[in-house]
Design a protein around this ligand. Structure first.
Ligand code: 2RA
Length: 336
């Protein structure tokens, strides 16, 4: 098994290295690719030094079985043929192919079988805010068809990559020292602030980040349920939080939803208001599971349940989900 990471120096690329190592992913060789700028960088993997090669058109992917790519949509589009032409399966973390009919969009706990039909040998990894939400929605959908979802997100700086985290850390220092704040990645100062704007605004006045949650949920869950999202950037390093309201066809009790959450692979319930126990980004950072809590009946509607959901954006929201897709492909004989 020969695996490639494309975009090895980025926040998600680095997390790929970490996750492959942590899970003892069954590989014989790992090859790292990156831009001309990051070519030559060295990273350690299982005690060995690996050097980043420059991503070029040619035959470098000839013997690669699985390519984990996270170098932005432009690079993914430009290099998809180079990566897949000799048979490598490209598991792509960018938004380049998510809405293409001939590219499956996969969260292994929700729709793993979709990964079998991949005419272009590309599988897309969904956006981070969608991944953690659909992991929590799936057990609810198994109890009753979901009619509608409303969600407000509280997204960490890591969603803007390693530079996003660095900018938040720098701003915190600048604010503490009474200096002018440096703003590059985010539209406004993030430290001591929140910004109700992620990605570009669309014609309907939702942002693209918000509509991704609508489009991607429909494709992954094979549902026509509409999702209305408000996506907000908050000054947290690396785990996204979401307040979710789910309207179901049948009324559901809080207890049956809690039981379904507890039984569902990939979810951890922390829900004990009496002891002030609920998931928070500070404690979920670095964890594999999606965490849910504050599970309660929506007081405005007997057919709605509302809850709080936290997931590590770089892990389950990106690198881990892609590696789990790769593991599923291997376990199901999909990699030759
Ligand atoms: C963000 N969802 O948080 C994006 C990253 N894919 O900015």
């Amino acid at each position: 098994m020969k695996v490639a990471i494309v975009g090895a120096s980025g926040a998600v690329g680095q997390e790929f290295l970490q996750v492959l190592q942590e899970r003892n992913f069954p590989l014989d060789e790992l090859v790292l690719f990156g831009s001309a700028r990051s070519a030559g960088n060295e990273y350690e993997f299982k005690g060995k030094k690996l050097t980043v090669k420059e991503l070029k058109h040619g035959d470098d992917f000839k013997d690669i079985d699985i390519a984990l790519t996270s170098a932005g949509a432009g690079i993914s589009k430009e290099f998809a043929t180079t990566i897949t032409k000799h048979g490598a399966i490209m598991i792509d973390n960018s938004s380049a192919f998510r809405y293409d009919d001939d590219v499956p969009l996969v969260v292994p706990e929700v729709n793993p079988e979709d990964a079998k039909v991949r005419p272009r040998n590309i599988i897309a990894n969904p956006n981070c805010s969608t991944i953690q939400m659909v992991v929590a929605l799936k057990p609810v959908e198994e109890l009753s068809k979901i009619k509608r979802v409303r969600v407000a997100t509280y997204q960490a700086a890591s969603g803007a990559g390693a530079q996003g985290i660095a900018e938040l850390e720098q701003q915190v220092q600048e604010v503490a020292n009474g200096k002018d704040v440096t703003i590059n990645k985010f539209p406004y100062q993030l430290a001591m602030n929140i910004i109700p704007h992620i990605d570009v605004f669309l014609e309907n006045d939702y942002t693209k980040e918000e509509m991704k949650m609508n489009w991607e949920t429909k494709k992954i869950m094979h549902t026509d349920a509409e999702v209305s999202a408000t996506c907000v950037r908050i000054p947290v390093a690396r785990a996204h939080s979401e307040a979710i309201w789910v309207e179901t066809e049948k009324p559901l009790s809080v207890q049956e939803v809690k039981d379904a959450f507890r039984k569902f692979e990939g979810l951890t319930v922390i829900d004990n208001p009496a002891e002030k126990e609920y998931p928070m980004p500070l404690f979920v950072s670095g964890k594999d599971d999606v965490y849910v809590g504050r599970i309660r009946q929506d007081v405005t509607d007997p057919n709605s349940i509302t809850f709080w959901c936290v997931g590590d954006q770089i892990k389950k929201g990106a690198a881990l989900n892609a590696v789990q897709i790769a593991e599923w492909l291997i376990a199901n004989g999909e990699v030759k």
